[in-house]
Design a protein around this ligand. Structure first.
Ligand SMILES: CSC[C@H]1O[C@H](OP(=O)(O)O)[C@H](O)[C@@H]1O
Ligand SMILES: Nc1ncnc2[nH]cnc12
Length: 290
């Protein structure tokens, strides 16, 4: 299978550089319209796609991002590897603003979003024990190091609903009691949906602030985040441009991401809802025989 890397750009990352034959294309899905058009092209012989998570001009809030449409659209156009690039707050002194974290675990505290492609008429339970693809994450780590970025290998990302930032009590709870390393508002349900769609998913969190727990730093404000984001976005674009050479155009995933639905569907075939099955054409076509 020919591979395609899709980058979902978070706050401050609204495009990527250097694509050949680049064009923005509109993609419609059974789950609605994605956050924006998708930029497609090739880089070092590999197919690439880019989707700005909040839309160009940052129009979608973390709650209103159409996560299901985004993941379906990427799957529909042939993406195999999804690299999420996100801004985050840090719960660790040694994860400083300007540094990157290759996230490998999540705690999902979001509550006002659609979190699954499945449901009544076709129930599925996928494993989220290891929510990111170790192969894709390793390539991102290497790409960041090669780009000269200070990057941390592994970290737990607390996904909060937002859009307001955390209270001090919440920030301390996540940091001191729950052992979280970084905080953001968007990687869930994105990672869950990517797993349901049998896509490899890696998350690069770019530290912009110390949230509000740090006694020597003011509580986070958007203006401070934006200042750090400008430098981070440039580093992220450099990192992304190294991925095709590191991943190789045709190397398959050996971590099981692409077989996530193999034993996940539990609704009896005769009880399945044809309307839902039709909507699952891109996401679950492999196991539904469509
Ligand atoms: C602009 S500050 C808060 C905003 O930034 C992060 O977005 P993303 O994850 O898409 O980079 C955070 O999750 C919030 O949505
Ligand atoms: N402190 C923070 N909390 C939640 N999302 C963020 N994105 C960037 N910084 C953040």
């Amino acid at each position: 299978m020919e591979r395609m890397i899709a980058v979902i750009g978070g706050s401050g990352v609204y495009d990527i550089d250097g694509l050949e034959d680049a064009r923005w294309q509109a993609v419609e899905t059974p789950w609605g319209t994605p956050s924006d058009e998708i930029l497609t092209g090739t880089l070092d012989g590999m197919k690439m796609a880019f989707l700005p998570r909040h839309g160009r001009g940052h129009v979608h809030s973390p709650t209103s991002v159409p996560y299901r449409a985004n993941i379906d659209a990427l799957k529909r156009i042939g993406a195999t590897d999804v690299v999420s690039v996100s801004a985050c707050g840090s719960f660790r002194e040694d994860f400083a603003p300007g540094e990157f974290v290759v996230v490998d675990q999540f705690i999902d505290r979001t509550f006002a979003r659609e979190k699954s492609f499945f449901g009544e008429g076709c129930v599925a339970h996928v494993s989220m024990a290891h929510p990111t693809c170790a192969r894709l994450s390793a390539a991102c780590l290497q790409a960041a190091r090669d780009e000269g970025i200070t990057v941390h290998d592994g970290g737990t990302y607390l996904a909060m609903e937002g859009p307001q930032f955390s209270t001090l009590a919440e920030s301390k709870l996540y940091r001191e009691n729950w052992g979280c390393d970084v905080i953001g508002m968007t990687n869930m349900p994105e990672a869950k949906l990517a797993r349901e769609a049998e896509l490899c998913y890696a998350s690069i969190a770019m530290v912009t602030d110390y949230d509000c727990w740090h006694p020597d730093h003011d509580a986070v404000e958007v203006a401070d985040i934006v200042k750090t984001l400008i430098g981070n976005a440039e580093k992220a674009r450099g990192m992304v441009s190294r991925l095709p050479r590191l991943l190789g155009a045709h190397k398959p995933c050996d971590k099981g991401c692409e077989a996530a639905l193999e034993h996940a569907l539990i609704t009896a075939p005769e009880k399945r809802d044809p309307a839902l099955i039709a909507r699952l054409d891109a996401v679950a076509g492999r196991v539904l025989g469509r």
